[in-house]
Design a binder for this molecule. Structure first.
Ligand code: 4NP
Length: 154
């Protein structure tokens, strides 16, 4: 079983959305995979996702209201096969905690699934309006679709 970790800064907007969308594709395509999410920062540990993230996904029949924030830990390198980060800041924060090349090989920016080596950020929607969450959804839906297709072939 492939284990996938979605990582952002606070674990209340982008990465729980990525987890929920990925889980819906795992269910839809009956993929043998596990998905979780976390944040590099501790600000929102134990909190549920931002209400704008919850309501944006509810419109697509995806429920993420049961998720709770947790912080990235070094053990995540051992417990997951793929670590997808949302932006370059998350990338450097995770890479800084890596112990060896095997850890680093697991880490990539999620939008590189669509635009190889593009290093495009899923920008932080936290300080913007609801439209930002809609574009977060669109980006993550496309990226997780590619991940799902790859996992289906494995
Ligand atoms: P996320 O968004 O990283 O997509 O969960 C953020 C949520 C909260 C904060 C920053 C980013 N914050 O600074 O509290």
């Amino acid at each position: 079983m492939e284990k996938i970790l979605m990582v952002c800064l606070g674990n209340i907007c982008r990465s729980p959305m990525a987890e929920g969308i990925m889980q819906s594709k795992i269910d839809k395509y009956k993929i043998d995979a596990f998905v979780d999410s976390c944040g590099t920062a501790a600000y929102h540990v134990g909190e549920m996702p931002d209400r704008r993230a919850v309501s944006t996904l509810k419109a697509y029949d995806i429920d993420i209201s049961h998720l709770r924030g947790r912080q990235f830990v070094v053990d995540d390198f051992d417990n997951f096969d793929h670590i997808y980060v949302m932006d370059e800041q998350n990338y450097s924060n995770v890479m800084r905690k890596s112990r060896h090349q095997k850890d680093r090989d697991k880490v990539s920016m999620i939008m590189n699934e669509l635009y190889k080596n593009g290093n495009i950020d899923v920008s932080d929607p936290y300080y913007g309006g609801i439209n930002g969450f809609e574009s977060t959804y669109e980006m993550l839906d496309q990226a997780t679709e590619i991940i799902a297709q790859k996992l289906s072939k494995e």
